[in-house]
Structures are given as C-alpha cells and as structure tokens.
Design a protein around this ligand. Structure first.
Ligand code: T3D
Length: 261
C-alpha cells in the first residue's frame, strides 16, 4: 500500500519519489523514513524502474528528523534511532544499482541535507540551502554527513558547516563540488526530470557498475581500484547494452539500451 508521506510515480523508466509532508517541511517521521526505504527497495526490484528521482513537495526538500515525532522521543537513545532508521536508508541509497538523482527544491536541513547528498547526482534550486542544523540542537551530523562533507569539502569547510550550522547556498555547494548543479528555481524539475530520464534510458546496468566503482574508489588505492575496474568492465562488456552501444555507433543510429545484465 502506498504511503501518504512518500508519493511514487512512474514514467519513461523513471520512478519519482516525493517526500510529502509539506506542512512540516517534509521532516522525517519514523513512518516516512520506513516508507522511503520501502519505496526505494521496491524501485530497486522493479525491472521497469531504471532510474530514481527524489524530491520534496512544497517549499522545502526536507527539514531532517521530525523533532516532534513521538516515535523518536528525546528520552530514548538516538543511537538506536540512527541504527534503526537513518543508517539503513543511507546504506540502501548507496547500494541501489540504479542511478538516484535528487532535485533539492528548497531548504535541506539536518538529515534532510545528508539524505540529499547521499544521492548520486544532486541538482538544487538556486534558492535552496543546505543546513547542517544538528549543532543547533546539540547533535552531530548524521546520515553520513561527517563522511560526505569531509570527503567532498575537506576538514576546514566540513567542520565550519557542521559546527556553525551556517546555511550553504545551492550555488556555493555547486562551486565547492558538493553537488552537481544549481539551477534556476523554475527550471529545476524540468532539468532534473530530463537528466533522470536520460539516465533511465541509458545503459543502466553499466551505470550501476559505475556507481559501485566510483564509491569504492574512496576506500581503495590505485592498484586495488584498477583490479576492480577490470572485474566490473568484464561484466559490462558481457552486457547486451555494450553490444547494442557498439552496433548503434557503427550503424550511426541512436542506441536502444535495456539495462539488462
Ligand atoms: O531522532 C533524532 O532526533 C536523531 C536524528 C537526527 C537527524 C536530524 O535531522 S537532527 C536535525 C533536525 N532538524 C532541524 O533541527 C531543523 C529544524 N528546522 C529548522 O531549522 C527550520 O524549520 C528550517 C531552517 C529548516 C526552515 O526554516 P523556516 O523559517 O523556513 O520554516 P519554519 O517556520 O521553521 O518551519 C515551518 C514549519 O515546519 C513549522 O511548523 P508550524 O509552526 O508551521 O506548525 C516548523 O515547526 C516545522 N518544522 C520545521 N522543521 C521541523 C519542523 N517540524 C518538526 N521537525 C522539524 N525538523
């Protein structure tokens, strides 16, 4: 059964997931967190889904954890909340073999920021801001924030953003290499959809292997990464999409990729 907090729509090989609690700036309740994970898992399993687009309803992308959600009470152990809800979500996003594009339509704060940044390609509206809001309430960045910020920005900027909770504009995030592009507000959805559909109609088996290889690069030295590229290229080279790509090139026509292994 579809959840009211995560809207799911499908077209042209693309599954769009929309965070849908606009009155609370799409802040995450436990229910919404589980519903997003379920929707991602279902999209992963569906052959018809070749790429995923994540966005938010209303004026925000997400304000992070719903601080009023009784399912996550302040007297509980937040480590358990992270273990039960946020860590499995981020791990799933990073291991889904299909590209995940994020259209950050407005403010992305706390876990909301770091869920956006865990997507594979992030576009943000020029008016959007990324806020590591955690320090305002005595917490540390979670949902991979300490890892993502440090990897992409280095310690100096990661620490300053995390400790001050200073809003980072979409343009600055793009200029610093934290996201792919900042886009005019009115053009965001059209541009994100066009990009996601382009990916959905691409050689998605190979794109999934590319995602895996690039993520593994952070953990490997060059020699281990060369070995991994060899192994993954071996798989890509046996895929129907490779044969189709070469045939289409030779025949000077557009390829018809299927995404099959
Ligand atoms: O379980 C755990 O706690 C551990 C996990 C932690 C993960 C986290 O994400 S911790 C960080 C949680 N998030 C925040 O601290 C951000 C809180 N929100 C804000 O700082 C601001 O709302 C924003 C900067 C995001 C946007 O500001 P603004 O002025 O545009 O909007 P607003 O007026 O503050 O909010 C509009 C409504 O959304 C308002 O409700 P109301 O008064 O109209 O009924 C506000 O209370 C609600 N809202 C915004 N953020 C949250 C929220 N409600 C619940 N939880 C929120 N996080």
């Amino acid at each position: 059964m579809q959840s009211e907090t995560i809207l799911v729509s499908e077209a042209e090989g693309l599954t769009t997931l929309t965070l849908n609690r606009p009155d609370k700036l799409n802040s995450f309740t436990a229910e919404m967190n589980l519903a997003l994970r379920l929707a991602l898992s279902e999209a992963r399993e569906r052959d018809a889904c070749r790429a995923i687009l994540l966005t938010g309803a209303g004026r925000a992308f997400s304000a992070g954890q719903d601080l009023a959600d009784p399912a996550v009470s302040a007297d509980g152990d937040l480590g358990e909340t992270i273990e039960e809800y946020y860590n499995p979500l981020i791990r799933l996003m990073r291991t889904v073999e299909k590209p995940i594009v994020c259209a950050v339509n407005g403010v992305a704060a706390g876990a909301g920021a770091n869920i956006a940044l865990a997507c594979d390609i992030v576009l943000a509206a020029q008016s959007a801001k990324f806020i590591q809001a955690f320090s305002k309430i005595g917490l540390i960045p979670d949902s991979g924030g300490t890892w993502t910020l440090t990897r992409h920005l280095g310690e100096a900027r990661a620490k300053a953003l995390a400790m001050t909770a200073a809003p980072l504009s979409a343009q600055q995030a793009a200029d610093w290499g934290l996201i792919w592009r900042a886009v005019a507000d009115g053009a965001l959805m059209a541009e994100a959809q066009a990009l996601a559909i382009q990916l959905a109609q691409g050689p998605t088996f190979g794109l999934g292997l590319t995602k895996h290889a690039i993520q593994a690069a952070g953990e490997h030295g060059l020699s281990a990464q060369l070995d991994l590229e060899r192994d993954l290229q071996s798989q890509a080279g046996k895929s129907p999409d490779y044969a189709e790509g070469v045939a289409a090139f030779t025949e000077k026509r557009p390829p018809r990729f299927t995404g099959k292994a």
